[in-house]
Design a protein around this ligand. Structure first.
Ligand SMILES: [Zn+2]
Length: 306
């Protein structure tokens, strides 16, 4: 009989460490294929190879308390629901995939038909994916991408399609956003379509160095996501500064954090350089209070995405 760390008497063998607090990673990737919408297709990578590489990395996350992993790779840039489902089943980690299209990088990842179709038609396609699932997996959020503001007409159309799809399905929109101006412009498009601001997540808000935009978008009721936490120089100081700024503004409840980490890149030797999933847990979370951690990694992700 031994006294455990929590002070309980253990009668049954080895003492277990306390379970890590639950968390959700809102913006990560398993695989991204940068070949472009015109050249992408099956056979660009071996699924078993990617599975064998990524599965242990997801199992590591489970041990750190991660309960949900939101895979943010859109269609035509490497979305792989069949692979994700396999990984979820094997690792025990809940993995979410998305619907939507990525217009950033000057529309390289938009197929020709998406350039022609109306916002209404695109929204219908995405809502159908939500209802019917894709390769056995139901998209649980809308992921789009836009270039820097002022937004191109095609970018504006993709945003409006996301708004219409969100209105129909209730799904939250996470948008890869070039800068603060583009965030503001997107929010205007959503509001004009009568989409509630809390359905919008400004992805890569940490790429905008002017905190005034973070305050503006958070105060408007949308989510501000600082999602490049990682080993790059200056990340720790900048991302702590972002969190502290939002907290001072009373906007911690509108703030999300993640790493944009991973990911296997077809066409590169062994999938290219890998950005570690555990950095946030080992290097960033220890700098937060328990309360901040629970808000940023558990309460807010559930409030933002359900
Ligand atoms: Zn990303």
């Amino acid at each position: 009989m031994r006294l455990t760390r929590r002070g309980f008497l253990s009668l049954t063998g080895p003492v277990m460490a306390p379970a890590p607090p639950p968390s959700i990673l809102v913006h990560e990737h398993v695989l991204v294929d940068f070949i472009g919408a015109e050249k992408i297709g099956p056979g660009r990578y071996d699924e078993n190879t990617v599975f064998a590489l990524v599965n242990p990395k997801l199992q590591e996350l489970v041990k750190l308390g991660c309960r949900r992993f939101q895979e943010c790779t859109p269609n035509f840039i490497g979305r792989a629901p069949r692979l994700l489902k396999r990984l979820a089943d094997a690792s025990g980690l809940e993995i979410w995939t998305n619907t939507g299209l990525y217009a950033a990088r000057n529309h390289l990842f938009l197929p020709g038909w998406a350039k022609q179709e109306s916002a209404e038609a695109l929204a219908k396609r995405w809502a159908a994916e939500y209802r019917n699932g894709v390769d056995g997996m139901k998209p649980r959020f809308i992921k789009i991408g836009v270039n820097r503001g002022p937004l191109h007409e095609l970018d504006r159309k993709i945003v409006r399609a996301a708004a219409l799809c969100s209105n129909e399905t209730g799904l939250t929109i996470a948008s890869h956003t070039g800068n603060g101006l583009a965030a503001r412009e997107q929010l205007d498009i959503l509001l004009a379509a009568r989409t509630k601001p809390e359905k919008f997540v400004w992805v890569h808000a940490d790429g905008e160095k002017d905190h005034n935009f973070h305050r503006e978008i958070g105060k408007a009721g949308a989510w501000v996501e600082f999602d490049h936490i990682g080993p790059t120089e200056g990340s720790l100081a900048w991302h702590l500064d972002c969190v502290q700024f939002m907290e001072k503004q009373g906007l911690l409840g509108r703030t999300l954090i993640s790493q944009d980490a991973g990911y296997y890149k077809p066409g590169e030797p062994n999938g290219g350089a890998w950005k570690d999933y555990t950095h946030l847990y080992t290097k960033f979370v220890p700098k937060l209070s328990a309360r901040q951690r629970d808000i940023l990694l558990w309460e807010n992700p559930r409030a933002a995405f359900g």
